[in-house]
Design a protein around this ligand. Structure first.
Ligand SMILES: Cc1cc2nc3c(=O)[nH]c(=O)nc-3n(C[C@H](O)[C@H](O)[C@H](O)COP(=O)(O)OP(=O)(O)OC[C@H]3O[C@@H](n4cnc5c(N)ncnc54)[C@H](O)[C@@H]3O)c2cc1C
Length: 324
C-alpha cells in the first residue's frame, strides 16, 4: 500500500499560492483514501497565517519555522524534507521554477520515483501509480506507470487541477520546527528583485487580449490593440513577444511573467505552453485563435477559432465596433 501524500505549499507575504488548493485536488485524484498532509516552511509572523489558511483545505498541516528558511532555498529545504519525510511518501509540489529546482534532486536523495509536469493521475493500485505528462509543448500525452514502493516526488502543472474553494477541512496545524535539521547551505540569499509594474497592471484586468508569436511582426500588435480598445480590454502577451522587445516585460503572462486572473482571456497566436498557462488563474473564459487546429491552447479553450489571426481579428474588431 502506498505511503502518505504530502503537498509542498508555496506562499508569499502571508498568503498561500493558488497551487496549495490545486495540490489538494491533485492528491484527492491520486487517492481519496490516503490522507494528505500540507507542508508549510518559512520564517516570521506570516507563517501562522499561511498555516491557518492551508488548514481549511488539509486535515493536517506540518509547520517548519527556521531563520534559514525565510527565503526559498531549495538546497536547505531538500535537507529538511529528506530528514522529515517517511521513506514511502508521495510528495506533490508545483511545477514552477522553484519546484523544478527542489524536486529532481530530492527524488534522487530519497531514491524515489520522479515525475515532472504531471497533468493528471489515472489512479493508484497498491504500489502502482499511473500519471499523465505532456511532451512537445502539449502535443503528445505520455502515460507513465510508476512503482512507488519507495515513494514518489511529483511536480504538478499549475492551473490544471481545479481548486475546491468550498472545502473546509478544519485541519490541525502541527508545529514541527523542533525537527528542523542542520540547514547549512552553499547558497546565500542576496536580494528580492521585484518585477517592474509597467504602465498598466495586467493582474488587475478583467479582460485580456493576449498576443503570441503567431502575431508574426511587431507592426501587427496594433491589430490586438485595436481589438482590446473595442472591448475595453488590455493587451498582454507571451514571452517571445517580450524577448523580441515588442512589448514590455510587465505585459508577459506566465510562470516567469505575471499571474493574471481575468474573467475573459483572448489568446491570439499563442500555442499554450505550460509556462504560459501557468500564469493564467481563476478559471477564465478562454477564447483562442490559432491557425493550427492541433495547438495545445485548444485543450483549455472554451471557444476555439482555427483561423489566421491577421485575417480574423480585424473583422472581429469591426463587428464589435458596429455593435456598439
Ligand atoms: C523557464 C521558462 C520560463 C518561461 N516562462 C514563460 C512565461 O512566463 N510566459 C510565456 O508565455 N512563455 C514562457 N516560456 C516560453 C514557453 O515555453 C513558450 O516557448 C512560449 O510560451 C511560446 O509562446 P507562443 O505561444 O507565443 O509561441 P509559439 O509556441 O511559437 O506559438 C505560436 C502559435 O501561433 C500560431 N500561429 C502562427 N501564426 C499564426 C497566425 N497568423 N494566426 C493564428 N495563429 C498563428 C502557431 O500555430 C502557434 O501555435 C518560458 C520558458 C522557459 C524555459
Amino acid at each position: 500500500m502506498a505511503g502518505q501524500i504530502f503537498a509542498y505549499i508555496t506562499h508569499k507575504t502571508g498568503k498561500a499560492d493558488d497551487s496549495a488548493l490545486e495540490l489538494a485536488t491533485a492528491a484527492g485524484k491520486i487517492s481519496p483514501d490516503v490522507a494528505t498532509t500540507a507542508i508549510v516552511i518559512g520564517a516570521g509572523a506570516d507563517l501562522d497565517a499561511v498555516c491557518s489558511e492551508v488548514a481549511q483545505s488539509y486535515k493536517e498541516v506540518w509547520k517548519f519555522e527556521h531563520d534559514a528558511l525565510a527565503y526559498p532555498n531549495a538546497e536547505a529545504i531538500r535537507k529538511l524534507l529528506l530528514s522529515v519525510l517517511p521513506q514511502d511518501a508521495i510528495l506533490l509540489a508545483p511545477h514552477d521554477t522553484f519546484g523544478m529546482d527542489l524536486c529532481p534532486g530530492l527524488s534522487i536523495k530519497l531514491d524515489s520515483v520522479f515525475a515532472a509536469d504531471v497533468v493528471d493521475f489515472e489512479g493508484l493500485e497498491g504500489n502502482t501509480l499511473k500519471v499523465i505528462r505532456q511532451e512537445y509543448s502539449g502535443q503528445v500525452s505520455t502515460h507513465l506507470t510508476c512503482d512507488i514502493a519507495n515513494g514518489a516526488v511529483i511536480n504538478v502543472r499549475p492551473g490544471v487541477f481545479q481548486p475546491d474553494e468550498s472545502k473546509s477541512a478544519g485541519g490541525q496545524v502541527i508545529d514541527k520546527s523542533s525537527e528542523v535539521p542542520d540547514l547549512t547551505s552553499g547558497r546565500r540569499f542576496l536580494e528580492i528583485v521585484a518585477a517592474e509594474v509597467g504602465d498598466v497592471d495586467i493582474t488587475k484586468e478583467d479582460v485580456l487580449v493576449s498576443v503570441g508569436r503567431g502575431v508574426e511582426d511587431q507592426d501587427n500588435i496594433e491589430i490586438a490593440e485595436e481589438l482590446a480598445e473595442a472591448m475595453g480590454a488590455v493587451v498582454s502577451c507571451s514571452r517571445p513577444i517580450v524577448d523580441a522587445k515588442w512589448l514590455e516585460k510587465s505585459r508577459q503572462v506566465g510562470t516567469s511573467g505575471k499571474t493574471v486572473k481575468p474573467k475573459v482571456y483572448l489568446a491570439l497566436g499563442i500555442s499554450g505552453s505550460f509556462q504560459h498557462l501557468g500564469g493564467l488563474k481563476g478559471n477564465p473564459y478562454i477564447v483562442a485563435v490559432n491557425k493550427n487546429p492541433k495547438a495545445p491552447i485548444f485543450q483549455v479553450a472554451d471557444v476555439g477559432i482555427v483561423e489566421d489571426l491577421l485575417d480574423f481579428v480585424p473583422v472581429l474588431t469591426e463587428k464589435i465596433q458596429e455593435g456598439k
